[in-house]
Design a binder for this molecule. Structure first.
Ligand SMILES: CC(C)(COP(=O)(O)OP(=O)(O)OC[C@H]1O[C@@H](n2cnc3c(N)ncnc32)[C@H](O)[C@@H]1OP(=O)(O)O)[C@@H](O)C(=O)NCCC(=O)NCCS
Length: 154
């Protein structure tokens, strides 16, 4: 049986998120940055995905007035392709829209086809480029905004 739960993250999740960062990103956020996000940053909203009790994914968003800025989304490699990230994004958008967030945006590496595909599924469109944004390899960041007139699809 696969039981997927999407819930708000709290400080007991710091280690699990740090582990996901290490596994999923070339330049992971430090444990200290994650701790600050979960305990000090009043604009931050983080969610966790638990599959049969195991933390397998997470995502974060900064709520800036009426805009939601997605900071990170990650799913453990062995659990990708099961629509777990889609479930996370759907819950985040639905919940934060209920809190008054009207527009959503993010930056993604131009080579990250999986992430761009995920965001396109939620009606994010490529609307700009930050040239050489990523310091590790000089890659461009694609700026995506979600078309607010489109309903959520999942
Ligand atoms: C991006 C990521 C979060 C997607 O997680 P996931 O749970 O596998 O995604 P889903 O199963 O919900 O897929 C949603 C959609 O994304 C797209 N997608 C997912 N993986 C893809 C891949 N490898 N290639 C192309 N498109 C892909 C598809 O459009 C998919 O929809 P579909 O299955 O209906 O066709 C995951 O690959 C990951 O953790 N990557 C490393 C971290 C990262 O790059 N995060 C994003 C930058 S912040």
């Amino acid at each position: 049986m696969n039981n997927l739960v999407i819930r708000q993250a709290d400080e007991t999740d710091i280690d699990a998120i740090a582990r996901l960062e290490e596994i999923c990103f070339a330049t992971p956020w430090s444990r200290e940055s994650i701790r600050q996000e979960l305990t000090e940053n009043k604009l931050a909203f983080y969610v966790i995905a638990e599959l049969d009790g195991e933390i397998v994914g997470y995502a974060g968003m900064w709520l800036v007035i009426d805009e939601g800025h997605i900071t990170n989304v990650a799913v453990l490699p062995e659990h990708r392709g099961k629509h777990i990230a889609s479930a996370i994004i759907a819950v985040m958008i639905e919940f934060t829209e209920g809190q008054g967030i009207k527009r959503f945006t993010l930056e993604v590496r131009s080579s990250n086809e999986a992430a761009k595909g995920l965001y396109r599924k939620f009606n994010f469109k490529e609307e700009g480029l930050r040239k050489g944004y990523y310091q590790d390899n000089g890659e461009d960041a694609v700026i995506m905004w979600r078309d607010p007139s489109e309903p959520l699809k999942n």
